[in-house]
Design a protein around this ligand. Sequence first.
Ligand code: SF4
Length: 606
Amino acid sequence: MFHFSNGAACPSAPERNKGGTIRQKHSGKTGKKAFGQYSILQHRARSKRKVPRMFDSRKKESPGKRRLLWLSVNSSYSHVSLALPLIHAACGELPDWEWIPLETTAADDRAETAARLAAMRGDLLCTTLYLFNRNAVIDILERFHTLAPDCRIAAGGPECLGAGAEELLKRLPFLLAVFRGEGEALFPEFLKRFPAMENAGRILPPGGNAVFKTWEHSIPPAADPFFRTDRPFVQMETSRGCPMGCAYCTSCRTELRFKSLDAVAEELALLREKGVREIRLLDRTFNLPQERGAELLRLFRQDFPDLRFHLEIHPQYLNAAIRKELAEAPHGQLHLEAGVQSLEDDVQKAIGRNSRAEEVLSGLRFLCSCPNFETHADLLAGLPGQTMDSLFRDVSLLIETGAAEIQLETLKVLPGTPLRSQAAEAGILFSPEAPYDVMRTGTMSAEDILLARKLSRLLDLTCNHPALHEVIRAVHREKEDFLPEFLSFFLSNGLDLKRIFDLKKRFLLVESYLSGRNWKLPREVLAYQWLRAGFPPEAGPGAAARKAERPPEDALLAEGDPASREERETRFLRLDCGDACFWFAFNRRYAINRPAGIWKTPRKGI
Ligand code: SF4
């Protein structure tokens, strides 16, 4: 759902917006800049000039017009909220207003942002608050109000849902208005009446959340001049709302609305025309209803094979038509985020999600078996009824599915969600300030929650790294319940929430964990990955390889350059791994710091 506005990530994973954490291979494409836009980054480049223009208003004032400053605080440089183009498009022609945007990130200097805004001499400042930028925005607004007390301020965004609006007004009493829900439904009228708020109250609408009734037929944000295409990806909505009842989610049981397939196709064509190549759909559950999910996938495959799509998918709802479309998607066109959250039926029930673990797992296994796209699986820690044991079990099951990444996040108790109102009764303690992360539940102690965060870190360091993914799966095949012990081992070797281990150190730690155990395959896979990553063959796990002659003629090239085999100076190492023998060719003329080629033959006697 768009909340004045929501360009944020899907609430299937409520804290996804932690600074651009969706790991993508961005195209780095640059496009045309939307008119009148100005960023702190640009400001920095400009401030290196002889005459710093820090306090310029950036645009000449248009006489007789009111100045609307629009502040966007994004989670990272790559992320751009849709709020401004959506609201601007919904307002249409309002000749009395001049719109002046300022874009920054949550990590940028807040005092500098406030000073820049104050220098812009606005009549009204508008902004949106999300989980990831709330603290930064509040700080900026407080500073801005001190510098420019005459400028009115209005705020919206998911942080203003439910009791969030009252809480924000209490925190920032100087706010003129707080918008709750879809801002497009409220903003045009608000601007027409500005600054009069008589009889309206400062929270709009006074009860419930606004719904933009004509959203399906509205002008797409891509057609608005404030829509940006100079970032690695853009966001897009084809639907709003979600029929599911996850108690922790701001979209829980919200009215489902869809754009027609024709409208979606037109919007995609417009994006392509503007040079966009990567699109993140904000649709809450892309594959509900399933027939529409299949139709969208067909549209992407047939008419937009050159675009890449990042989708949120519920792995339980994959009928034959969706599976067929997924299997036929062009290689690399899709990237899927599968919302699992928990594989315990009791926990599912407690959060109102009511997924069935067996069906979720079966769907996820299918997704992970498709070689043409990558699937990440999302889990939450700190759900009601969840225990540390059940969390370890869930992670273990996800390792078995072969998900490319397991993203384990701590549950957030967001304003405006049923969970927020039920938390006290359910014995859930959470941080009173954003990001409202759970600190204790009836079934998980504060120590358990901390351990879950460290488990998440361990997954990122090991299981989620492509070079160690297969190693961890091999360990899992030897001992399904290895995780608690594996975590303890890493903790005793310095794992904490901040420390950075380089990849080589991680390999060596895993080698050390495996030593003394009669686990042949994990050690072989570790040695294979070590050599493949280009670490010194004579050291660490690579010592298992032996000098060898050229691979036999009938050996199959697994990867690399076949010509490297024929070079006189190429040297070879042979490694037995599972049911195969691998020949690694090293030749710096072909590849520095990695094998020039890898050949494979069946391993005799296996
Ligand atoms: S209510 Fe819908 S959007 Fe929210 S977490 Fe559940 S499935 Fe995802």
